[in-house]
Write a protein that binds this ligand. Structure first.
Ligand SMILES: [Zn+2]
Ligand SMILES: [Zn+2]
Length: 282
């Protein structure tokens, strides 16, 4: 026995729940973890067979379960169904223990050895699917996989696992490669225009221009960000705000240095306009 009985029971219960909730691939992950850690668990193999898609793989898993426990009910029924054979009957005599037991206990092919109170408590102890040694009571609200507090991300609806978070983010960040190119090219054009304006006017005027920049910088940044955002159909890119901000800084500094003027106006412009662009691009 490679893992403890209570842990195996807890993992099986958890996998069964996830499977019962129709989270097939999450349940497959959990059963695979069980058969990896406890390859001697007939219930683990039978459970895995129940959620696999490939008929050959399913048959193999059922056969493994029956090799370990020839009386495993789930495997006998599942295999018969899979092969289109008549579903075997299960007279009461087949049941090993005469006293009645909870149904799900039987399906696993194991016998309860702990008192009911312990069972109740155990039902809430899971093991993080990324840290199999960490006990946790948290589960992902989307896929039902157990997660430790380090892996869990609190959202408004509950805890979410990193896999589901990434999936959500992939949906959130929907900008295409073309969007990146359009935004970058447009940012260069608008950035250079801004830089040239500051370089020229800044070199000619002085203090008044700094004050104007102070008030106009944020609006200019918002305007540029708005134009870029519209140009890419308001889609969001994970790295777009950063890329555009860097382009803005470079395309502002270069013309000002070339034209030799308006340094203070430029600094004021940068600290007001660039954050505004960044904010718009998020
Ligand atoms: Zn974890
Ligand atoms: Zn999840």
């Amino acid at each position: 026995m490679s893992i403890s009985q209570p842990r195996l029971r807890s993992m099986l219960r958890q996998a069964d729940k996830v499977a019962a909730n129709g989270k097939r691939s999450a349940a497959e992950d959990l059963y695979r973890q069980i058969t990896e850690e406890a390859p001697e668990s007939a219930a683990g193999w039978a459970g895995l067979a129940g959620v696999l898609l490939d008929p050959a793989e399913r048959e193999q898993a059922y056969e493994k379960a029956l090799a370990l426990d020839p009386k495993n009910k789930a495997a006998l029924v599942g295999l018969a169904e899979l092969r289109g054979e008549p579903i075997p009957e299960f007279p009461e005599e087949v049941v090993e223990e005469p006293e009645p037991e909870p149904v799900d206990e039987h399906d696993h092919g194991y016998t309860a050895v702990t008192p009911d109170e312990d069972e109740e408590e155990e039902a809430h102890i899971y093991y993080c699917y990324r840290h199999p040694n960490r006990e946790t009571s948290l589960r992902c609200y989307t896929c039902g996989k157990p997660i430790c507090i380090d892996c869990a991300r609190k959202t408004s609806v509950g805890y979410s696992c990193p896999d589901c978070q990434r999936e959500l983010q992939d949906k959130y960040f929907n900008a295409t490669n073309t969007d990146y190119i359009i935004a970058a090219v447009l940012a260069v054009v608008l950035g250079v225009i801004g830089g040239v304006v500051i370089g020229f006017i800044g070199a000619l005027t002085g203090f008044l221009f700094w004050i104007i920049m102070f008030f106009v910088g944020g609006a200019a940044g918002s305007f540029i960000g708005g134009v870029l955002k519209r140009a890419i159909g308001r889609r969001r890119g994970r790295y777009l705000p950063m890329i555009v901000a860097v382009i803005m800084v470079i395309t502002t500094i270069l013309p000002v240095l070339t034209l030799g003027g308006g340094f203070i106006g430029m600094i004021i412009y940068l600290v007001t306009a660039v954050p505004a662009v960044y904010y718009q691009m998020r």
